[in-house]
Design a binder for this molecule. Structure first.
Ligand code: NAI
Ligand code: MG
Length: 364
């Protein structure tokens, strides 16, 4: 097989700062584990606008379509707030998601023991938590027609439509079953089949797809109960698959079980390419954090964990992904903290590159 390819898009604000630490880690895997990547770096967001007048050049878009995985930092910042909507930094990100047709958004909620105190829940409820929410990203109520605000009689009516085709549900379900196969072979599908026809279809199609994955234990749950269960006993889940709207809310809820924005990775997957790998973009959940940009304070772990997800879900290097995650766990257990992870005053925070140093040392 040819050398796997990566497109790195650092972006704006803290994006380039956290991505610099990821690049050191990628280099480590090349030197110490013989895991070489063919890396291309390009501009996105405000940085691309400054140079090319657009938040994503056609050339970079074409590159994103051809590589095995895209790794993105963050885009945006106050400097760009005055720009016309059509060239705002976020449009670069939206173009990538749309043209790559990334229909499955993967949001893990993983609790590192050393940070369990950060959770708003009891330590034993979240310690060791490791679940994954797969959210359908390109259809559902955010896109369905008709939509708009109309006037009926003497009042306004706001309209959005939940609409799912079988094929849209099927491809999201397949992505979730494939993930479950790479994890613990347990999948819970959430909808509201009790009150929504789109939920009935969702349940039907997910059940149909399950015939191709007899090893995966499938369950169904109403999404409101799912919300309760996520807060009551999150460790009962492994992979959860749900629609765009429920997934938006449930994934934010699950993510916060585990603490800081600086720790949260994500992935967005599309259809399989000719080599069998899904189109994929990996990125931290956080934004460009203009309030701390340029100060070396940013926590690089969310971006590093996004690379770990790339290792596991794009490159079938699950053992190497675990190696990286374990190193992060060890560093945190040793008490190394960036400023965002500090609960008490007595500890001196490390810088962005200080955290990178510690993770590299732990990898060694
Ligand atoms: P943000 O995620 O950039 O920051 C929210 C808060 O969390 C800030 O106080 C920030 O300092 C802190 N924070 C975020 N990441 C951190 C890290 N790695 N380490 C330590 N602290 C961290 O969200 P905000 O402030 O709403 O947006 C700032 C800019 O980022 C805006 O221009 C927004 O449009 C853009 N944005 C971009 C996203 C992306 O590229 N995917 C996602 C969200 C926002
Ligand atoms: Mg949200």
């Amino acid at each position: 097989m040819s050398t796997p390819s990566l497109l790195i898009l650092p972006g704006d604000g803290i994006g380039p700062e956290v991505m610099a630490e990821v690049v050191r880690i990628i280099d480590w895997f090349g030197e110490k584990r013989g895991l070489k990547f063919d890396v291309t770096t390009a501009l996105v967001g405000g940085a691309a606008y400054d140079k090319h007048g657009v938040p994503l050049s056609d050339e970079t878009m074409a590159k994103a379509q051809e590589v095995d995985a895209v790794l993105l930092g963050a885009v945006g910042g106050p400097k760009y707030d005055v720009l016309d909507f059509s060239v705002k930094p976020e449009r670069g990100l939206l173009r990538l998601r749309k043209e790559m047709d990334l229909f499955a958004n993967l949001r893990p909620a993983q609790c590192f023991d050393a940070l369990a105190d950060f959770s708003s829940l009891k330590k034993d409820v979240v310690a060791g938590l490791d679940i994954m929410i797969v959210r359908e990203l390109t259809s559902g109520i955010y896109f369905g027609e008709p939509r708009g605000i109309i006037t009926e009689g003497n009042e306004r009516v706001g309209i959005n439509t939940q609409r799912y085709t079988e094929s849209e549900i099927r491809r999201a379900a397949i992505a979730a079953f494939e993930l479950a196969m790479k994890r613990n072979k347990k999948l819970c599908s959430m909808e509201k089949a009790n009150v929504m026809e789109s939920g009935i279809l969702w349940r039907d199609v997910v059940t149909e797809v399950s015939a191709d994955y007899p090893e995966v234990e499938l369950s169904h749950m109403y999404a409101d109960n799912g919300a309760m269960q996520l807060v009551r006993a999150p460790k009962q889940f492994d992979v959860i698959v749900t629609d765009n709207l429920f997934g938006d809310v449930l994934s934010d809820c699950a993510a916060m079980l585990t603490g800081s924005l600086g720790m949260l990775p994500s992935a967005s997957l599309g259809a399989p390419m000719a080599n069998g790998r899904p189109k994929a973009m990996y990125e931290p959940v956080h934004g460009s954090a203009p309030d701390i940009a340029g100060q070396g304070k940013a926590n690089p772990i969310a971006c590093i964990l996004s690379f770990a997800m790339a290792l596991r879900y794009s490159f079938d290097e699950g053992a190497e992904a675990t190696r990286l995650e374990q190193s992060i766990e060890n560093v945190l257990a040793d008490g190394v903290r960036t400023a965002d992870l500090l609960a008490d005053e007595g500890v001196t925070p490390v810088s962005t590159s200080g955290m990178g140093d510690a993770i590299l040392a732990a990898l060694d």
